[in-house]
Design a protein around this ligand. Sequence first.
Ligand code: GLV
Length: 369
Amino acid sequence: NLLRVPPPQELLQPLAVPERLLLGPGPSNVPPRILAAGGRQLLGHMHPEVLQVMDEIKVGIQYAFQTQNRLTLAISGTGHCAMEAALLNLLEHSDTVLVAVNGIWGQRAVDIARRLGADVHELLKPPGEYFTPRDIEEGLAQHKPSVLFITHGESSTGVLQPLEGLGKLCHRHGCLLLVDAVASLGGAPIFMDHQEIDVLYSGSQKVLNAPPGSAPISFSERAREKMLRRKTKPLSFYLDVAWLANYWGCDGEPRRYHHTAPINTFFSLREGLAMLSEMVSGTRQAAGHRHQELLPTITTVRVPEGYNWKEITAFLMDNHAIEIAGGLGPSAGKVLRIGLMGCNSTSSNVDRVLRALRDALSRCHRSRL
Ligand code: GLV
């Protein structure tokens, strides 16, 4: 008998997936319409109906980003993969990049850009703060980067970065503006063309309420020109935007096979974008009343004095089937993060999580200080 590894007993049991309310920083719950889309029968990745769905995703992203960029598509990967794709297509070895770091996403961008051999400069702010146009202008003048990376919704601290004027500023300094909107898209207004953002990306698993695994991204004409001027090919074949642009029908050429797309994931993303298109006017109105520098999708609160954050999050999970998160990166151990995204953003969910938190505070251990 050559089967030295027996069939695993675990896999002979049915799949177990409990019901949970996902009020962390993402993923958020997936509504039935989007779940059903992902459960549809497969088609081939070059079938005309799939290419049609991809075209629909593209116009959905153009709407969500408020852009007319031709080079707009979804990466076959998570929002983090889109960060990697953006940096590795924009940057060549020795290119100068300035990264605005006020939380984990700037830190990650620094790490990725260094791996690419770029000349990386960090513009630092304490976690919880945002960058003013003046901070940015000083950084641009000092380092003369060809790309500035900044995070719109810093999910580790709950800060929303004001973007007004930054695109113009970058362009005056001959620099491209790259914005991470993974945690903010659909929850806070963003206007890619009007704000002169050159590269913008997001994820599927937050406000769009689709499963993780596809990531909207768009490139301005300026960004496209920089990529066309590259002397060397991007370091990844899978994430090479020239190939992806062709597969997504953005370059006017017949579409060629590049990789086998996660087709069902695209079906879900299509439905997430469709639902956003149906309801976004309400969101934009509501967003007008928020405090300007608070990320509306993720509420970040200090862990109450004397409590252990892990005990609180575990209590909510075990007793209320609600996920909320602790801190991340610079906010680790210090905060609780409560996400309200897309279909999860209802007043009944707010009531439910507040009730659960009250219960946790009265029943979790409180150390005597
Ligand atoms: C992930 O996106 C997080 O903020 O935890």
